[in-house]
Design a binder for this molecule. Structure first.
Ligand SMILES: Cc1cc2nc3c(=O)[nH]c(=O)nc-3n(C[C@H](O)[C@H](O)[C@H](O)COP(=O)(O)O)c2cc1C
Length: 173
């Protein structure tokens, strides 16, 4: 099973649009794909849950969406030149053994020009530290506002092609 992670909890975040598109692509390729969002975690996750008593909500998310996934697609928006802090808090709040050996594809999302390339590099360093295997074909998506329509749907064909190319390669990885 593949889990696609939306690495932000910002209300109305645009990253989720790309996550949903990615799920459509994987389903069209005949693969079961779940979505996991940082805003599914309890509001007090960082303070009360990540190092304290594990809440039932967090436990459920981890056991239904993280543990059974042998592959993860992490879609991370660019926040101040990197990936969101909430996702680092989540990485830190889960036992390293739960991440070990998983294969990961990375997609960066930004309103600026860099497509979160730097954030994907930062993530790669941390994921390798956790002994996860990162797929070499990463997809930086820049100027997101120009690639989606008024309903927020990704309409840009070139970006869709890049996501499909990555997804097909990742299935063989
Ligand atoms: C806290 C914060 C920091 C941001 N920093 C950057 C940045 O460094 N570079 C950039 O291109 N966009 C930056 N953005 C814009 C996001 O890339 C943009 O909102 C994009 O839609 C993806 O984020 P979203 O999923 O929260 O919508 C930032 C947005 C937020 C909320």
């Amino acid at each position: 099973m593949i889990t696609i992670i939306c690495a932000t909890h910002r209300p109305q975040n645009q990253t989720l649009r790309i996550v949903e598109k990615y799920q459509q692509i994987l389903v069209a390729l005949g693969v079961e794909a779940n979505i996991m969002r940082m805003d599914e975690l309890p509001e007090n996750f960082i303070v009360a849950d990540s190092f304290g008593e594990r809440s039932a909500e967090t436990e459920k998310v981890i056991h239904e969406k993280l543990v059974p996934a042998d592959k993860l697609v992490i879609v991370a928006p660019e926040y101040n030149g990197s990936y969101p802090g909430v996702f680092k808090a989540f990485l830190d709040g889960v036992k390293p053994a739960m991440w070990l050996g998983k294969k990961v594809a990375l997609v960066g999302v930004a309103s600026g020009r860099a497509g979160n390339l730097r954030g994907m590099d930062h993530l790669t360093d941390v994921l390798h530290h956790l002994r996860m295997e990162v797929f070499s074909l990463k997809v930086p998506i820049s100027r997101l506002d120009m690639l989606i329509n008024e309903e927020g749907e990704l309409t840009d064909t070139e970006t869709q092609q890049m996501l499909k190319l990555q997804a097909k390669g990742f299935l063989k990885f």
